[in-house]
Design a protein around this ligand. Structure first.
Ligand code: 6PG
Length: 510
């Protein structure tokens, strides 16, 4: 085709050149897509062009910028593919409306890649129906993931997916299909093109952002459990941050291998140049949170799916922010007298912690996948859990060798009702639960909070218990509120009430 006929316009319009947006744009450019970028902040566009020029050397420019939504639509091939990387909430609608005002057409596609609340995505698809095709893709992996290979969780209109599938497959993180190991290369201009992409169509609009939300809930719990293991090693085992970094590096060679374990070792091994103290000791112990973990915990309560360790991870962040109160409480509230650990017992205690983290991690993933299952049932989504675990093997924040085992479990039984019932995971916990229990008990006796590690243990014990004390609870409810109960020796749908104030407390059928 002659150049004059070749469409000189860009392949993709991209709105939002912040940390994630800039890196996604450069990733798209590395993979041969010509991108026209727009941002209200001209400084961000200048930084993007400078980065592109620096990376491409004497190669032709791969990224253009523009100064208005109208100019963006003129510079991008039609029907337009417009990707957004803007803060969740009102900014997404603001941009959609400005694009419509600028002349966006009903067959143009807008893709929201922010951490949007999944119910907002469902509402937006309805709101813009007939005006534009609203599609979403949740992105995991932070700025490095965005730049060199994120995990992508797209959902929505199937036509939109057919348009963006090759783009997402190109820029996504890749996994070696033979080993399940990530294929990573962090070289601008030299993207990984081989391997399985960590991008797969999740389902109807909203489902992709729901899955990402649960990813973040699992992420919160994973991070919290690592912090609890650190806390025990620091406080009860009297180990230095550098010692603990070495332990985490060792753990990273086995079933706990994961991005979060590896970066935790890096944080603990880092020394603050100004004070020459371990960096972790100069970081204020007040955790931030943008909300996705909270959303997951709220959804678990709404759906009626126990996810205690995810909720405890959110509470732990909230409690950490009450620094002033905790400082006062530390002066007033007694803990147990703690004997320094005998050095000879340290290795055993570390091994117990390892197994506690491993078993609790299995329970956290069981909670997360159970939540996705119940939510999918409620929403009518058909989620492929083997595929979801597969696209989490690389690129995303919870990426880990462990995800291959989860994918294998769902391949073995596509209708697996809970990860704990998979033979492999049941055997893993059976083999390691003794150390898990000892680690949680020891931390408790030493007064060290392990809310995620211990809640996972109670989740496991309750899950495997045929008889729970909910019979007494039903009696309590009937005593004060006449809320009735079922009998074990009658059909469950038949309800009974005790006339508690009558002589003999007769049980009457309701
Ligand atoms: C990811 C991360 C990311 C996360 C932010 C803020 O998957 O890349 O989960 O989306 O939301 O890093 O996380 P907080 O909720 O901890 O602030």
């Amino acid at each position: 085709m002659s150049d004059s006929l070749r469409d000189s316009r860009c392949d993709i319009g991209f709105i939002g050149a912040g940390v994630m947006g800039k890196n996604l744009i450069l990733n798209l450019a590395d993979n041969g897509y010509r991108v026209c970028a727009f941002d209200l902040d001209q400084g961000r566009l200048n930084a993007l062009l400078e980065q592109d020029a620096k990376e491409r050397g004497d190669q032709p420019a791969r990224v253009e910028t523009c100064n208005s939504y109208t100019e963006l639509l003129a510079k991008v091939k039609a029907p337009h593919l417009i990707i957004l990387s803007v803060p969740a909430g009102a900014p997404v609608d603001d941009v959609c409306n400005k694009l419509l005002d600028a002349g966006l057409k009903a067959d143009d596609i807008v893709v929201d890649t922010g951490n949007s609340l999944w119910t907002d995505s469902v509402e937006r698809a309805k709101r813009y129906e007939g005006k534009l095709i609203f599609f979403t893709t949740a992105v995991s992996g932070g700025e490095v993931g965005a730049r060199f290979g994120p995990s992508l969780m797209p959902s929505g209109d199937r036509y939109a997916w057919s348009r963006i599938e090759p783009v997402w497959h190109a820029i996504a993180a890749k996994v070696d299909p033979a080993s399940g190991q990530p294929l990573e290369r962090f070289e601008p201009g030299n993207p990984v093109t081989e391997g399985e992409p960590c991008a797969a169509y999740i389902g109807p609009i909203g489902s992709g952002h729901y899955v990402k939300m649960v990813h973040n809930g699992i992420e919160y719990a994973d991070m919290q459990m690592i912090c609890e293991a650190y806390h025990v090693m620091r406080s009860a085992l009297d180990m230095s941050p550098a010692d603990i970094a070495a332990v985490f590096r060792e753990w990273n060679k086995g079933p706990l291998n994961s991005y979060l374990i590896s970066i935790s070792a890096e944080v603990l091994a880092t020394v603050d140049a100004e004070t020459e103290q371990p960096l972790v000791d100069v970081i204020l112990d007040r955790a931030g949170q943008k909300g996705t973990g909270l959303w997951t915990a709220v959804s678990s309560l709404e759906v009626g799916c126990p996810a205690p360790s995810i909720a405890e991870a959110v509470y732990a962040r909230s409690l950490s922010t009450r620094k002033v109160l905790r400082t006062r409480a530390a002066k007033k509230l007694q803990g147990p007298a703690v004997e320094p650990i005998e050095p000879a017992k340290r290795a055993e205690a570390i091994a117990e912690l390892h197994d506690a983290l491993y078993c609790a991690k299995i329970c956290v993933y069981a909670q997360g996948f159970d939540l996705m299952k119940l939510a999918a049932r409620e929403q009518g989504w058909e989620l492929n859990f083997a595929e979801i675990a597969r696209i989490w093997r690389a690129g995303c924040i919870i990426r880990a060798v462990f995800l291959q085992s989860i994918s294998d479990a769902y391949e073995r039984d596509v209708k697996l009702s809970n990860l704990l019932l998979d033979d492999f995971f049941a055997e893993q916990i059976a083999e390691h639960q003794g150390n898990w229990r000892r680690a949680v008990a020891d931390a408790t006796l030493k007064g060290i909070p392990v809310p995620a590690l211990s809640s996972a243990l109670s989740y496991y014990d309750a899950f495997r218990m045929e008889s729970l004390p909910a019979n007494l609870l039903q009696g309590q409810r009937d005593f004060f509120g006449a809320h009735t109960f079922s009998r074990v020796d009658r059909p469950e749908q038949q309800k009974y009430h005790v006339q508690w104030s009558e002589p003999g407390r007769p049980v009457v059928e309701i």
